[in-house]
Design a protein around this ligand. Structure first.
Ligand SMILES: [Zn+2]
Length: 394
């Protein structure tokens, strides 16, 4: 995204007019425009993300500027004699190496969250040096709005991890296929392996990434692709018990291959999007997890996949908490406003609820490629008219 107030871009690498580029984390949708032949300028990022980018694209090495999380860094835009800005990196609690950026300079102070899962430390962001200086006014918050709707009530990742472990213990030994993206969920895999006293099998590229992250866990290279593994191999692994990380695309194929081979196996899909599919799946009340003190069943689709709401993004309530801990400032959504559909939801309802409950003055958002804005006064009137409309006649 190009920050209008500052000539820098965050998580977007195709702008020619930028004087510096910032990368919040190494998920593909935050690396748009980046490649091994990229030459547009310096990329400021965390030390872990710099390592991951270097492994993926070695020619980027001269352009990477790793920054430590915590201290205030001074950066000259456009070289000597150019404008100076200050930046502070904050752990975003999303995936290894993910950070938020706090920018400060002639434009005021801007917070860019990138993708984040709310952590109790985030409640104290407003005491960071860049926020507490005289005249340091928070001028804008760029916010991760991935799950900005009250229907997303994620349990903590620790709670979901315990629920998955409980289910697997009752089936052990078996092969537990766990769906993952190219990055992320490493701590879940490590936690499952630790509790079940077993190993995690991974494709080679992903194994190299875990080495960069220095996670202490028995990760091993998979002997073959699980969706085309020989029956003997699958039966042997199922008798020993193991965690096998697979792409979401290959989760069901791997489960079917194991079933045809006579190997005991279970498929786990840990994703915040599980909340969207609840109506279509069968609730399994044996394996509950807790949200706000209430027991919530795990949902199993008819192809045998168990769906757990393990989310690396903040829930709606966490977004409200996060904004409530900061000085009131206009918000810009980082992601386009979602629309209802099989893999979407009514983003407008969620946005209006956030505006109302978090007390922010306005929200800017992208819809069908155009930037729009809604302010709190209008939403208050909208909410009021909705209440009048549903109020029964006396
Ligand atoms: Zn991400």
């Amino acid at each position: 995204m190009l920050l209008e107030e500052v000539p820098v871009a965050v998580d977007s690498f195709h702008h020619d007019q930028c004087q510096a580029f910032f990368c919040s984390h190494a998920h593909d949708d935050h690396l748009k425009g980046l490649s091994g032949s990229w030459r547009r300028g310096h990329i400021y990022t965390s030390q872990i993300t710099a390592r991951l980018l270097r492994r993926r694209w070695p020619p980027l090495q001269p352009f990477l500027r790793p920054l430590e999380v915590g201290p205030v860094h001074r950066i000259l835009l456009g070289g000597a004699g150019g404008l100076e800005i200050e930046v502070c990196l904050v752990d975003a609690n999303h995936i290894p190496g993910s950070v938020m950026f706090v920018f400060s300079g002639f434009f005021g102070t801007i917070l860019y969250t990138g993708d984040f899962r709310f952590h109790e430390d985030h409640a104290h962001l407003s005491v960071l040096p860049l926020f507490t200086r005289p005249n340091a006014e928070l001028s804008r918050i760029f916010l991760d709005n991935t799950f900005c709707h009250p229907q997303f009530r994620h349990a903590s990742r620790a709670e979901v991890s315990r629920a998955i472990t409980k289910r697997l213990i009752s089936k052990w030994p078996c092969i537990a296929f766990v769906a993952v993206y190219k990055m992320g969920k490493e701590s879940l895999l490590a936690e499952l392996a630790r509790r079940l006293k077993t190993m995690v099998l991974l494709p080679k590229e992903r194994l190299m990434v875990t080495k960069d992250l220095e996670i202490g866990c028995p990760f091993q290279e998979q002997p073959c692709n699980p969706q085309s593994a020989p029956a003997d191999e699958l039966r042997r692994r199922s008798l020993q018990g193991c965690i096998w990380a697979v792409s979401r695309r290959n989760l069901r194929k791997s489960l079917w291959q194991a079933a045809e081979s006579g190997a005991a196996a279970h498929a786990i899909d840990p994703s915040g999007w599980a909340e969207l599919s609840r109506k279509e799946y069968v609730p399994c009340f044996e394996d509950c997890h807790t949200v706000s003190g209430q027991e919530v069943p795990v949902f199993v689709s008819d192809d045998g996949v168990s769906h757990y709401p393990y989310s690396d993004h903040s829930s709606f309530l966490e977004l409200v908490q996060f904004l409530s801990c900061l000085p009131a400032a206009p918000v810009t959504f980082i992601e386009s406003l979602p629309v209802p559909g099989p893999f979407g939801y009514d983003g407008e309802v969620g946005m209006n609820r956030l505006l109302h409950e978090a007390g922010v003055p306005s929200i800017r958002y992208s819809q069908q490629g155009r930037m729009r804005k809604v302010d709190r006064k209008r939403t208050a009137a909208w909410t009021c008219s909705m209440e009048l409309a549903i109020c029964p006649a006396p």
